[in-house]
Design a protein around this ligand. Structure first.
Ligand SMILES: O=C(O)CCC(=O)c1ccccc1C(=O)O
Ligand SMILES: [Mg+2]
Length: 319
């Protein structure tokens, strides 16, 4: 089958920048793609790379789109190389929505983790998220010095209701010693801490594995398993802790589905700050593949202004 293909770059300034150990992120650049089949049915996909996380860059994704013909086939889509994982996700998601077998999975029962701002701001922010119904929160660490962060952390823990859960995300920014200190601190506070995400850098897998055997606080890999190839690699290397999956940059959704179903891994699905198009496709996968009912990391709407109801159709209007 042939599909008419077109695309539009978009960018979006966050209402508050995302502060992580990797730096400050202020503008989300993405590409919306459109496929139209022979019956004139229209489908959208979203390419939202995060190159500092291990996906292609937006420029590489744009180059890929530019070199494609105006009419493409499913063979072309299924042959998108593994070094363009965000493109694989966008094209395959758009394609599957056009398929006869396309089935809609109810994602209404999913629970969400609310992303807190880094630093002290979290102390003033969690309450409004709690009032919106969030029971799980994620707070970025390894952004400031550890003494300051432990101080804020203790206040946060004291303030959060007993039924709340907290995740800590170091974005690979701790060293071995500070990771031990965080894990020990969390062990003393169980069961309020759900897990620590990516405590050490991607190249320190042996150390992370050792830490996961030494503390009762769970550890989640994120940057280490950004793409499906990495996910497979660290599963083979013996990781049986939590895997954070960001479908938007993980690669082919059909191969991701197959891997998760085959291995019953403990997953947490997470956003790449995509717009509605990518979000919907990612949440469908999360609803289908979350076997443990962990809250998904899509509680990020407070970083965004919502697109108007004509999105994405309005992108294709001639100005
Ligand atoms: O997972 C979440 O709760 C929110 C999403 C998130 O934290 C994130 C979003 C974009 C890029 C990196 C990360 C991250 O988990 O480090
Ligand atoms: Mg993370």
């Amino acid at each position: 089958m042939n599909y008419k293909f077109s695309f539009r770059p978009i960018n979006h300034k966050f209402t508050r920048p995302l502060v992580t150990n990797h730096g400050i992120w202020e503008i989300r650049e993405s590409i919306i793609i459109r496929l139209i089949d022979v019956t004139d049915k229209v489908s959208w996909g979203e390419i939202s790379p995060i190159s500092w996380f291990g996906s292609e860059t937006v420029e590489e994704a744009l180059d890929f789109c530019h070199q494609l013909p105006k009419e493409i086939t499913s063979e072309i889509i299924l042959a998108i190389p593994d070094n363009l994982p965000a493109c694989q996700f966008a094209f395959e998601s758009a394609l599957s929505k056009l398929g006869e077998k396309s089935e809609f999975i109810n994602s209404q029962n999913i629970t969400y983790s609310g992303l807190l701002a880094a630093g002290e701001a979290a102390l003033y922010q969690w309450q409004s998220l709690w009032e919106q119904g969030y029971k799980t929160f994620k707070w970025k660490i390894a952004v400031d010095n550890i003494a300051k962060e432990l101080e804020i952390f203790n206040l946060l823990i004291q303030n959060l209701p007993d039924s709340a859960k907290l995740r800590l995300d170091a974005n690979g920014g701790l060293n071995y010693k500070s990771a031990k200190l965080w894990l020990q601190t969390c062990d003393n506070l169980q069961p309020k801490i759900e897990f620590i995400e990516q405590p050490l850098a991607v190249n320190q897998f042996a150390e992370v594995l050792e830490l996961s055997n030494s503390y009762s606080t769970a550890i989640a890999l994120d940057e280490s398993v950004a793409t499906l190839q990495q996910l497979e690699h660290y599963y083979q290397q013996g990781w049986r802790g939590i895997f954070v999956i960001k479908p938007g940059i993980a690669g082919s959704p059909s191969r991701l589905r197959k891997f998760c179903q085959q291995h019953n891994i403990d997953t947490v699905f997470s956003s790449v700050f995509e717009s509605l198009i990518g979000r919907q496709a990612a949440l469908q996968l999360a609803a289908e593949l979350s076997i443990n009912n962990r809250a998904v990391g899509f509680g990020i709407n407070h970083f965004f202004t919502q697109p108007d109801s004509t999105f994405p159709q309005s992108l294709w209007k001639n100005l």
